[in-house]
Design a protein around this ligand. Structure first.
Ligand code: SF4
Ligand code: SF4
Length: 284
């Protein structure tokens, strides 16, 4: 079983459109949307949810009102102002346990709080694992790990040899959760000063964790000189360049309609993406 994780230095580089295109090109695969903070692969792949599982974050405090003597000590000792009117505002609770420790009536216990859901779905491009995180909830790194774990389990159960994961942007904790056991990180880079800088940082992270990387340049023709910089960067670091996808309004138009741009085979971006897929298969 092999897993490709599609990453980008920041959002808005066309990573998800590209992931959806790969999903349509590859045979026998499971799709995973690990961009749990801003999941939008579903906009293009339109999953039909068949199973949903709760995802729990760190424990938070609960007050049993029947046992509470209303002494007020819990609110007084809570450093996070998470307790008011003898009840816990869960979104503020850090789960430190101080209140449970000092409560004279033993009225407080900590319980895991549901902060999201993981879904198993069917799509036109194959089975998909994705997730939703409650707004403002943390633990997105753990949720990414859970999405990947379920995608692997599904690939094993259905005897599918490839996982295509749309990863989170940037280099934060959710991205690091995508790296263990990943076989290849495909980096979608955009030709801009920030894009070159973001790509450099991402390559450093991947090198540190010894994850093989390959690069595709999206909208390469909007800044040819920056594209050359990216090509030189890849050559200098011996990172394979899979290809270049031109700016193509078809991509945006299809995205607005919830379609994959490969549905317009003659579009320049479609032709280029097929070539990128050919090159990518050589690395798997
Ligand atoms: S410390 Fe315990 S008994 Fe006192 S107000 Fe808080 S929950 Fe109630
Ligand atoms: S567990 Fe800690 S943060 Fe949460 S309510 Fe109790 S004292 Fe406050």
């Amino acid at each position: 079983m092999r897993e490709i994780v599609v990453l980008s230095g920041k959002g808005g580089t066309g990573k998800t459109s590209f992931s959806a295109a790969l999903a349509n090109l590859a045979e026998g695969k499971v799709l995973a949307d690990a961009d749990v903070d801003a999941a939008n692969l579903h906009l293009v792949l339109r999953p039909r949810v068949s199973e949903a599982y709760p995802f729990y974050g760190l424990p938070v405090a609960y007050i049993d009102r029947d046992r509470c003597g209303q002494c007020g000590q819990c609110a007084e000792f809570c450093r996070f102002q998470a307790i008011a009117d003898f009840s816990v505002r869960q979104e503020k609770c850090e789960g430190c346990g101080v209140c449970a420790h000092i409560c004279p009536g033993g009225a407080i216990e900590r319980r895991p709080r549901q902060v999201g859901e993981v879904y198993i779905s069917t799509t036109v491009a194959g089975p998909m694992v994705h997730a939703a995180l409650v707004a403002g909830a943390e633990n997105s790194g753990k949720l990414v790990a859970e999405v990947r774990r379920r995608a692997r389990a599904m690939a094993r159960a259905e005897n599918l040899s490839l996982i295509i994961t749309d990863g989170p942007p940037g280099i934060g904790c959710p991205v690091l959760s995508c790296l263990p056991d990943c076989d290849l990180a495909v980096l979608v880079a955009e030709p801009s000063a920030a894009g070159v800088h973001d790509l450099q940082r991402l390559l450093q992270v991947l090198q540190h964790f010894r994850v093989p990387a390959a690069v595709v340049i999206n909208k390469w023709d909007i800044a040819v000189q920056r594209t050359r910089e990216i090509e030189q960067l890849c050559a200098g670091r011996q990172v394979p360049l899979l290809g270049r996808i031109p700016f193509d309004s078809t991509v945006f138009r299809c995205l607005q309609q919830g379609q994959c741009y490969l549905n317009v085979p003659a579009a320049p971006a479609s032709r280029a993406t097929r070539q990128v897929w050919q090159a990518l298969q050589q690395l798997l």
